[in-house]
Design a protein around this ligand. Sequence first.
Ligand code: GH3
Ligand code: MG
Ligand code: MG
Length: 396
Amino acid sequence: MDILVYVPPALFGVMAIAFFVLWRLKIATSWQWSAGFAQTGAGFGFSAFPISPGFDAFVSGMIFIGAAYCYSSAILLHFNAPMRRLERRLFVLAYTLVHTYIVFVTADLRDELFLTDVSFACLLGLALYVVTPKTSRPADKILVFSVSIVFLDTLARAIFFYFFMNTSDKLADFVTSDYNLAVHITTITICIMFPFAALGAMASAAIDRHRDAAERDPLTGLLNRRGFHKSLNRMFETRELRGAVLVCDIDHFKQVNDRYGHTVGDQVILSVAQELQQATSSSGHAARFGGEEFVVFFPAATLRDAAAIAQLLRVSLSERSWNHIGMDHGVTASFGVSAIEDQETSVLPAIERADRALYSAKTSGRNRVVAASPTTSPALLEDDHLSEELVVGVRG
Ligand code: GH3
Ligand code: MG
Ligand code: MG
């Protein structure tokens, strides 16, 4: 037991420093991990360096609840879940009142330990209840599993020692109690998994964030060229290469910048991007390839489907008012569409064909849709013809 009492404060102290550094480096998204581990280490410190029984019981109880509050905050933040701050704070307040009464009025060690353990478990249990349905990454599942272990360990110990063990009820006997030995043993063996699981979940989330930043356009949030190809490659690992491509370029966009400034230009780009994103819904992959040029891939769509969608987008864009951003004239865009052919092994030839069709749309007057296919040269499809014939072919 002598050496054992130094292990948790040392372990959690190191974890607190490590998580603090990770938070400063912006790898950890919340400081609450570090605060939780620091408090757990400090709480265990009272077993290694006791001061006086009443003071130790009161302060260590408050510290453990503080740690549970921080852990629950860190977990909820990690999963982007509702923080339930009011409920958790009221809970901590209620704990504080009862805990103060037990320590300073009844001075009953068994009640104090039971209350603190059950309250600690409740705060973790609430976080687990909220986030468990939200876990998808393997590292997050490991985190939830390890928090569940801490939750069960705390609850099981509370029940076991309160109902089945005949331990002393004097605060002064805590340091030498079987309970204290049990806490140290389970903490060092099974609960220590928790900080490592938190570390793994944080690293996994940080990697995802960086990957996302590298694959997305910061202005519109659409995929960038690299993200578009990666996302398509991932999709085609498991399904047949089929679908249609739409490329879109805003007409005379330079004039928008020249007349209204770059900020207004950015807002136009953003609005067009949002329109494209809506049109693709969850099935399509919309990307900003550069400047004011966008590419959208529709899996399983035919040339006819893509042309019909492009036509709807073209009309919707040309009819839009831009008064709200201070522009008193309209914006139009030109579209090229193409479909992946049977023998093709990549989406690139279809993008090239759609690009040529776009060029054709630009040279034949802009504000129009041109559909290309490898068997025929880019053919201008008249707008009326498109709306009557091709809209019929749109799939959901
Ligand atoms: P066209 O109808 O032939 O497409 O003419 P255009 O003026 O749209 O074509 P061009 O490619 O010559 O001009 C595109 C302009 O887009 C040039 C560039 O300054 C502007 N641009 C590129 N990226 C951004 C951006 O992120 N924000 C803003 N505001 N403008 C951008
Ligand atoms: Mg343009
Ligand atoms: Mg352009």
